[in-house]
Each structure stands twice: as structure tokens, then as C-alpha cells.
Design a protein around this ligand. Sequence first.
Ligand code: NAD
Ligand code: IPM
Ligand code: MN
Length: 363
Amino acid sequence: MHANIVVLPGDGIGPEVTAAAVAVLRAVAARYGHDFDFSEHLIGGAAIDATGSALPDATLAAARSADAILLGAVGGPKWSDPGAKVRPEQGLLAIRKALGLYANLRPVKPHAATLGASPIKPHLLQGVDLIVVRELTGGIYFGDKARSDGDASDVCRYSVAEIERVVRHAARLARARSGRLTSVDKANVLETSRLWREVATRVVGEEFPDVQLEHQLVDSMAMHLLARPRSFDVIVTENMFGDILTDEASMLAGSLGLLPSASLGEGSCGIFEPIHGSAPDITGKGIANPYAAILSAAMLLRHALGLEGEAQCVELAVSRALEGGALTADLTCDRARAVGTRAVTSTVLEQLELPCHVMELRD
Ligand code: NAD
Ligand code: IPM
Ligand code: MN
């Protein structure tokens, strides 16, 4: 198949990990006879430096005509002055909103080879396989913001339609998995959460009678996620709760550098990016963990291009690389054994050369 893939490396380790993901996508194209065109564009701090805007018009235009978008990360100390008029993170929020990507899928599936990297006891991690569906274009991120002397506010609002569509997305996913859906809110305090709970109960009750819905308050959910992670399957929640809970959930897998994401809307085009940020503390050292970016490329193959078999082959190559001991510094306490971004990428590319027998692949 032919696909036009827009690459937005961004800032910090963004370019380092997207280079790994692009190398993997090129290898997939060569091996399975696809024709992927890559075009790089500016976003975040790099875009501010070059154009003054965190999301230049040319980037948004390219994104609108793409089949899929691969993103690294944005932000960093250079652009973090509290008084700054324009910030890298605004570029990311603006592109998500402009493309209508309201459902952010963040799967968490600890791998046997990295159980030791997690601070959680291994017996609690066996069999964990959950996915957080984070609402991505509403809530406190997008409400009115105000600042005056001695006062600041961020408005949190949600409409019924915004809640309905993301709950439907999560319920469809739950139906295709174990049929269990956990909705997370703060209905004991927030009006938006009371609306969220009402809408989730109605949508699932009326449209998904086969899906078993439970509600959890976000504070105790943060605890349950670590105490009994195996008991969750699909989790749906609002924008900021989903942001925080998934960085926490990355510790089940062992590192922030392992969790990929897919941001989807009504069409097939989406943004595929690691959940981590630009990691200024390790930028330029060649030690960034590229697995989250590579697994985001697998999600791109699956969700944007419909190439399920190829996606599974990339996931298999990642599993084999991890099992073979290709671990970056964040995944092992044994510093002498840790390898860098490039070495991990080469190992994944070698694994991709090996036979890959998955159900959906016609090769
Ligand atoms: P971060 O995710 O960048 O880093 C947190 C910690 O995790 C750091 O110690 C970092 O070294 C480590 N880490 C993250 N990714 C890693 C990887 N792939 N390999 C190895 N270690 C990794 O979060 P932060 O430090 O709070 O934020 C830094 C900047 O990134 C901020 O400007 C923030 O706004 C931005 N950010 C961007 C995104 C995004 O673009 N999607 C996401 C989160 C944060
Ligand atoms: C993420 C990031 C972003 C978010 C920031 C950088 C705007 O933390 O993708 O998880 O909060 O959505
Ligand atoms: Mn985040």
C-alpha cells in the first residue's frame, strides 16, 4: 500500500526516538512491499525557534493531508519561562484539537523481560494487560484560562456529546476485549465528573448492555492501579486524569520509555506518539529508550493503515529484542549491560528480518 506519513520529531529526545520509529517503518515497507512516503515538519520548541509559532500553518496543512502522523515529543527548559507568550505544548494541544483526535489509547502490557524494571512486585504484574482511553480534546486543558494579580483560573468543561463519543469508543474496545470497562472520575467533587458518570452510565446501559461498567474515583483509582492492576481491562477517563494515571501506569511496564499511544478521531488518520515527554535530562546522550516510539509506529500500522499483521510483527520484534537483553539504561540497574538508542533500534531491525508468523499477515 502507499501511505503518506508526516513525521513531527519535536524537541529533546523527540528526534532521537522518532528516527528509530521511522527506521522500523522503512524496514516494514521494504519487507512487506509497501510504499511509505515520509515528510518531516516542525512542531513545538523547534517550530517556535524557526517560525515563532508552536504549530506552523505548513505543519497543520501537511498533517491534514497525511494518512498518519508520527510524533516525538515537545517542550524543554529553553521554552519553559512562566512568562513566555508561546509554549511548545500549545502546538501539541492545537494539532490534537484541530484534527479532532479525541480518543487517546494508551495500552499497558508489562513484558516478562522488564518486570525487574518495575518498582511493583512481579507477582502483581503477571497477566496485566490494560488500556487507558484518555479523552484528549476537552476538559481543563481547553477551558478558558485567566490570570490577574493574585488570581488565576483554568475552566474545566465537558459537553454531553464529548463524553458520549469517547465512552462509545472505549465501550467498543471493551466489547472486543474482556467486556469490562472502568470509568474514572471525581464525581464526589466535580460537576463535570457528575455529568461524565451520568453519560457513561446511560451510554453503556443503552448501547452496550453486554459491557460491564464500573465507576472509580480517581484518587483511589491511582492506588488500585498499583495494588491490583490485573483487575482492569479498559479504563476510560477525562483528559487530565488520563494524563496522570498513564504516567503512573508506565511504572507497571517498568519505564515511561515503554508506553506508546494512538490519538484517534472519526477518520483513520491519527497521531502516534510515545506518552513520554522530551526528557531534557537525557537529551543528546544517545540513551533514550526508543521502544515507546517503535510501539507507537506499530499502533500507526494497525490503526491508521489497517496493517494488523505488520503491527504484530513489529510488536513481536520488540518482544524478542527485550528478551534478547536489548535494554536501555531506564530498563536495567546493571549499567554495564545497558545499550543505547541506536543499538536497541538495530536489534529490533534484526528481529524484523526473522520469520514472523502472525495470523493476519499475508507474506
Ligand atoms: P518526561 O517524560 O520528558 O521525562 C520524565 C522522566 O522520564 C525523565 O527523567 C526522563 O529522562 C525519563 N524519560 C522519559 N522518556 C524516556 C525515554 N524514552 N527513555 C528514557 N528515559 C525517559 O517528563 P518531564 O521531564 O516532566 O517533561 C519534560 C518536557 O516534556 C516538558 O516540557 C513537558 O511539557 C514535555 N512533555 C511533552 C510530552 C509530549 O510531547 N507528548 C509529554 C510529556 C511531557
Ligand atoms: C502528554 C503530555 C501532554 C499532555 C503535554 C505535553 C501537553 O503530557 O502527551 O501526555 O498533557 O497531554
Ligand atoms: Mn503526559
